[in-house]
Design a protein around this ligand. Structure first.
Ligand code: UDX
Length: 433
């Protein structure tokens, strides 16, 4: 099949590359000329394991193309995927500017039948709106719109796409449903065809539910700390019940990233528009906002004042295996540390450049764990990268500055830490003093 993908952000690029890898001819379109020229040379703008290799392989094998020319990309396409950004407005609403602009261009270039698929996460009802913009600009209705939400996680995006657990296809015609079912067949996955509004809602409901699991276990963690229970074992015990499931019950310093914070706020907004007060989801967001600051509260409880304290932050990206800093807890934490008068060094194996752009200027970004912690009074673990989980605790315990370790991701078992003379505070577990 011939597929065009408009927008080479995370979702667009990964989807385009994976659709080409299963044998389709894929053309990826973006307005950003530098990005497109780089992609043609195999230079990938984001850090995502395995992505570069697949870009190079599929380009060399003649299945993957990059262009800034939307009309050219539309020519032979059977399916056109819209994968442009839907940033968050100040109100929490999704900003549809880019989707609207792309719909207009698609309309202007639509000669024969195609399925226009929205992959971007858009409010329920947007596909019908996209349809009206396209037909206004092409002057006919010889096309279908469809919703095909994306569930890939950053850091494992290629794996998640190639091994997708389900493909949700929201359509209003059998023809579009058949074409998109055919397109997804090689992924060997559960294909669910629904109406368009349902598909759009499945995406929001899925992300809101996962965010709810995280805020729920973080609340349990906070209570565990007061009662002397261990949240890791609580989560394990809960997860043994297949109705609950063990995944997404890792207590920590809250969720970040490009999806959960944005999509939860957008769903509250969408619900508000139909006069439904989504109380549960509002609490999930509130709990997460508090949880991102929990290490600061712990450090203040321990030290009284953080003024003049030297703090080493380990891990800055919102989660491991990505350089994405969007809504990372490290932003809130370092802003607060700077405000309290602490001096802060931050280390991340991959996200140093992206971090330097968004963290307060006062934060010194360093290039090794050792530099971040050598003279620290306080060490905070914010992201569970492998090299941070494998850190030598004995070395930390022997540092002359005698640092206190605050572990926001529960990277070590209490038995392991107890072997060393180290003050250790984690999430939802008794402190070791
Ligand atoms: C998420 C969804 O998983 C994906 O399906 C959707 O399409 C996009 O949003 P992503 O943001 O890449 O993917 O990362 P994910 O692995 O889901 O983690 C999100 C955040 O939740 C991270 O900050 C992570 O640290 C946090 N998290 C995750 C927890 O705090 N505890 C957990 O148990 C799981």
């Amino acid at each position: 099949m011939n597929v065009s993908v408009i927008g080479t952000g995370y979702v667009g690029l990964v989807s385009g590359v994976c659709f080409s890898d299963i044998g389709n001819k894929v053309t990826c379109v973006d307005l950003d000329e530098t990005k497109i020229n780089n992609l043609k040379k195999g230079i990938v703008p984001i850090y995502e394991p395995g992505l570069k290799e697949l870009v190079v392989k599929n380009t060399e094998e003649g299945r993957l193309f990059f262009t800034t020319d939307l009309s050219q990309a539309m020519k032979d396409a059977d399916v056109v995927l819209i994968a442009v950004g839907t940033p968050e407005k100040e109100t929490g609403e999704a900003d549809l500017r880019f989707v609207e602009a792309v719909a207009k261009s698609i309309g202007e270039n639509l000669d024969d039948y195609k399925v226009i698929v929205t992959k971007s996460t858009v409010p329920v009802g947007t596909n019908r709106y996209v349809k009206s913009i396209i037909s206004e600009h092409c002057g006919h209705e010889n096309f279908d719109v469809a919703s095909n939400p994306e569930f890939l996680r950053e850091g494992s995006a290629i794996h998640d796409t190639m091994n997708m657990e389900r493909a949700i296809i929201g359509v209003e015609s059998e023809k579009a449903g058949d074409i998109l079912t055919e397109l997804h067949k090689p992924f060997n996955t559960e294909i669910m065809v629904t109406d368009i509004e349902t598909a759009e809602m499945i995406k929001y409901a899925s992300n809101a539910f996962l965010a709810t699991k995280i805020s729920f276990i973080n609340e349990i963690a906070n209570i565990c700390e007061k009662l002397g229970a261990n949240v890791i074992d609580v989560a394990k015990g809960m997860g043994l019940d297949a109705r609950i499931g063990a995944k997404f019950l890792q207590a920590g310093i809250g969720y970040g990233g490009s999806c959960f914070p944005k999509d939860t706020k957008a769903l509250v907004q969408i619900s508000g528009e139909v006069e439904h007060d989504f109380q549960l989801l509002k609490s999930v967001i509130e709990v997460n906002n508090k949880q991102q600051r929990v290490l600061i509260d712990k450090a203040i409880a321990r030290f009284g004042s953080l003024s003049g304290k030297k703090v080493g932050l380990l891990g800055l990206a919102f989660k491991p295996n990505t350089d994405d800093m969007r809504e990372a807890a490290s932003i809130v934490i370092s802003e607060e540390l700077v405000k309290q008068g602490a001096s802060v060094k931050g280390y991340d194996p991959i996200a140093r450049e992206t971090a330097a752009k968004v963290l307060p200027q006062e934060v010194e970004i360093v290039s090794s764990v050792n530099e971040a912690i050598e003279d620290a009074d306080i060490i905070m673990i914010l992201t569970e990268w492998d090299d941070i989980k494998n850190i030598d605790l004995e070395m930390i315990a022997n540092l002359p500055s005698n640092p206190v370790l605050f572990d926001g991701r529960n990277c070590f078992s209490l038995d392991e830490v107890a072997k060393y003379n180290l003050e250790y505070h984690s999430i939802g577990r008794p402190s070791l003093i």
